[in-house]
Design a protein around this ligand. Sequence first.
Ligand code: HEC
Length: 144
Amino acid sequence: MSSTGPSRDTIQGARRLAKAAPQLLSVLLAGAWAAAPTLNATANERNATIDLGHRAFLEHCDACHGREQIGSDGGMQPATASLAIAYQGTRTPATLEDRTDLSATYVKYIVRHGDHGMPFFRKTMVSDVELEAIAAYLSRNNTR
Ligand code: HEC
């Protein structure tokens, strides 16, 4: 048997779908309503994590990576000064908190392993929960 065009099954399937479309739409909308509070809860959790990360950053990282100027000559914190040289002539800011390219994975790796003159941190100094939060904080503006 040679047939051209859509089979009878396909046509019937399409008709059934067309009939069901309004129902499908309302099911989807109901789903979106139901999901809204969950999304809010997730956003709140994320904000709480970033907030914790900010505080942990101030406690463990800011002395070297801070934005503040130190001394009357406007000197920078050591790691900020070092990164200012490393990223001279690029658009990458010297302050970690202003970066948009840091991934959480990278931050966690550096903190546990150290980097050019940066000490590594044991879990007894920066807990996994704190590190997770610091990584979320420093990667919050990463849009990649
Ligand atoms: C004792 C000073 C010191 C402390 C404390 C410190 N760092 Fe560093 N950090 C450095 C130095 C120095 C570098 C390397 C700068 C360079 O490469 O020129 C660095 C590099 C980094 C880099 C790599 C940046 C890049 O562009 O590749 C990350 C990420 C980082 N630190 C995160 C942290 C985090 C998060 C904390 C807090 C848990 C922290 N550091 C605490 C000194 C410090």
